[in-house]
Design a protein around this ligand. Structure first.
Ligand code: PBG
Length: 326
């Protein structure tokens, strides 16, 4: 045999870790937490085993559970006590995310990232304020520029409550610039923005829409979220957000879009985030429940692959589970 190059030599126990190119750490993960103003008890989310909607009073306890695993950051989503056409509970000083943030920042060391969108707060479930006839005319949906004012207001109120970072997920044009200006005017120039920069109109958000009660009452989000067919367009979206001052750039979902994660890593010098979304989580759980794959191994491999593709940080419902294992 004349084989001089034998890659198997470096796959033996003992040396494999020495030559490992990618490592996961609990500090890479951000765990989403759902705070629900409509309940006094924790409510399990059926399609996302291990996750719950928690009342504001339980937010600190929930975050402490996350911190115990070594994960240091959480992303907060709110289910408000009431909804209206404007989504006004999103920027209320006593809104659900604002109250939870104050409590978490007062009592824990967690790094709190506030998701910023209006879909959980509007009675129609879209991510902003609507054109007058939107329900009748599918070509009319969210009013872009009018929505930006609400986003800026929401960002300010989240920062005033103590949010460490703001993560706008609504995919309105110009949202990063509007939020940056709003934060700066409010004296929050030190608060970074992690932009959901390349966010696709994905079928993988299904379980989340149950969890956060944010499914659109009519139509879908294709007028503002990206077409899954497009890779070049992602670079355009990311470039716009970077130019508007985004401090970190997110791609969402993660696993079906690893080419985009890699593109962003190679073309930009800012931290890259990837959102391993609810559907990516639910499908592994469903398969594992049937005994078709090993959940821990598959979860770990998923997160490792997202990091290998170029993500610096990963928003993931698997955060606690994988962190406990590391
Ligand atoms: C709000 C928002 C969504 C997700 C995060 N922020 C839902 C959507 O855009 O429909 C999805 C997260 C997930 O599926 O885990 N705009």
């Amino acid at each position: 045999m004349d084989i001089t190059d034998r890659p198997r030599r470096l796959r033996a126990d003992g040396v494999r870790d020495l030559v490992s190119e990618t490592r996961l750490a609990p500090a890479d993960f951000v765990v989403p937490v759902f705070v629900d103003a409509t309940t006094d008890e924790r409510v399990p989310i059926e399609s996302m085993p291990g996750h719950e909607r928690v009342p504001v009073d339980e937010a600190v306890a929930r975050v402490e559970e996350v911190l115990e695993t070594g994960v240091e950051s959480v992303m907060l989503f709110g289910i408000p006590e009431s909804k209206d056409a404007e989504g006004s509970r999103a920027w209320a000083e006593d809104g659900v995310v604002q109250r939870a943030t104050r409590a978490i920042k007062a009592e824990t060391d967690a790094y709190v990232i506030a998701d910023l969108c209006l879909c959980e707060y509007t009675d129609h479930g879209h991510c902003g304020v609507l054109e007058p006839d939107a329900a009748e005319d599918p070509d009319l949906t969210v009013r872009n520029d009018a929505t930006l004012e609400r986003y800026a207001e929401t960002a300010r109120s989240q920062a005033a409550a103590g949010a460490d970072m703001i993560a706008p997920s609504g995919m309105m044009d110009g949202q990063v610039a509007a939020i940056r200006a709003g934060l700066d005017e409010g004296g929050f120039e030190h608060v970074p923005i992690m932009a959901y920069a390349a966010k696709y109109a994905s079928a993988f958000y299904g379980p989340f829409r149950d969890a956060a009660d944010g499914a659109p009452a009519f139509g879908d989000r294709r007028h503002y979220q990206m077409d899954p067919a497009n890779r070049r367009e992602a670079m355009r979206e990311v470039r716009l957000d970077a130019e508007q001052g985004a401090d970190a750039l997110m791609v969402k979902p993660a696993l079906p879009y690893l080419d985009v994660v890699r593109d962003v890593r190679e073309s930009f010098d800012r931290p890259v985030a990837a959102y391993n979304v609810s559907g990516e989580y639910a499908m592994l759980h469903a398969a594992a429940e049937k005994g078709w794959l090993d959940l821990d191994a598959a979860a770990r491999e998923s997160l490792l692959s997202i990091k290998r593709a170029g993500a610096d940080l990963i928003v993931t419902y698997f955060g606690e589970r994988v962190a406990r294992d590391l």
